[in-house]
Design a protein around this ligand. Structure first.
Ligand code: HEC
Ligand code: HEC
Length: 246
């Protein structure tokens, strides 16, 4: 703590005022409401950058450019995910993963209007002109995946980076670890396979093997193969859901 903060702290007599000026990094990382710099009542904050920084950037990175959780600032992601998808996930969260619900109606802290501001701001990162004439895989699987075919898809498209069996290789980390698969949804695995993760150099569905984009069926199959690696009783001795006590 530097001397400036110490001096300010000295003159503040109310602990509540201190808390308002220095919202804890922890509550922000975990998606708490935080406070606007101008100390507006939290529900009246309608500036996208403020809302995103306070609620989303802790996991999705500054400007959505990806950190612990998927890059949202990704034209491929925004070409496949509709506003409804983004609104639904931001409002209700993804059960069993660190992505919690933000809408007041689902126990979070944000009004529907604030969620709309966030959805609109994320949408402003889209670049639809980059996809004219590109055949995009569907966001949700329209055909069920086959894990046996997926094993072959894995060898052809993924093993060069993630290792022969997904345990990690020279260019990318393990993706079959139980601790990873236990806390990620099937859809998010699919989203990452299609949209990649530009901020950490994970290719999109066109880039795994040059000039050989994965077909929608191959995407469903390789995701089914990954899902089949998920332990039946995930994460033990860790909690099997983020909100469950040990
Ligand atoms: C505590 C970390 C954390 C915070 C804070 C957080 N997210 Fe997430 N988010 C995640 C994780 C992890 C996933 C992947 C969940 C899964 O496995 O489906 C995710 C997934 C998403 C997805 C869906 C990606 C897909 O597959 O389509 C969207 C959209 C999203 N988050 C938006 C937001 C928005 C908007 C905020 C802020 C209001 C936010 N997130 C805050 C961790 C977080
Ligand atoms: C050219 C190398 C390369 C290829 C090919 C590749 N990936 Fe990746 N992938 C990466 C990198 C780099 C990352 C991000 C950093 C890391 O996990 O090491 C990543 C991340 C991921 C993640 C997210 C892991 C996490 O920690 O959240 C998943 C899931 C994934 N890849 C699945 C696949 C699948 C399935 C395939 C084949 C269809 C594939 N990848 C092909 C390089 C590659």
């Amino acid at each position: 703590m530097n001397s400036r903060y110490f001096t300010i702290g000295f003159w503040l007599t109310s602990a509540a005022v201190v808390a308002a000026l220095f919202p804890s990094g922890c509550s922000r990382t975990l998606g708490g409401p935080g406070k606007a710099p101008e100390a507006l009542p939290p529900e009246e904050v309608l500036d996208f950058n403020t809302l995103f920084n306070q609620n989303c950037a802790g996991c999705h990175g500054a400007e959505g450019k990806g950190a612990a959780a998927i890059t949202l600032h990704n034209p491929v992601y925004l070409a496949i995910a509709s506003d409804d998808v983004i609104r639904q996930v931001a409002s209700r969260g993804v059960p069993g993963t660190p992505m919690t619900a933000f809408a007041k109606s689902a126990g979070g802290q944000l009004t529907n209007r604030q969620i709309d501001v966030i959805v609109g701001g994320i949408r402003s990162w889209a670049r639809p002109d980059q996809f004219t004439g590109v055949s995009l895989p569907p966001y949700k699987a329209d055909t069920p995946g086959n894990p046996h075919s997926g094993a072959a898809v894995y060898v052809k498209f993924c093993a060069s980076c993630h290792g022969a069996n997904g345990e990690g290789g020279p260019k990318a980390s393990a993706i079959v670890a139980g601790s990873y698969l236990a806390l990620v949804s099937d859809q998010n695995l699919r989203t990452i396979v299609i949209a990649g993760w530009p901020s950490i150099n994970a290719p999109d569905w066109r880039g795994d093997v040059p000039d050989n984009p994965l077909s929608p069926q191959q995407i469903s199959d390789v995701v089914a193969w990954l899902v089949a690696q998920r332990p039946q009783f995930p994460g033990q001795p860790y909690p099997s859901r983020p909100d469950e006590k040990l």
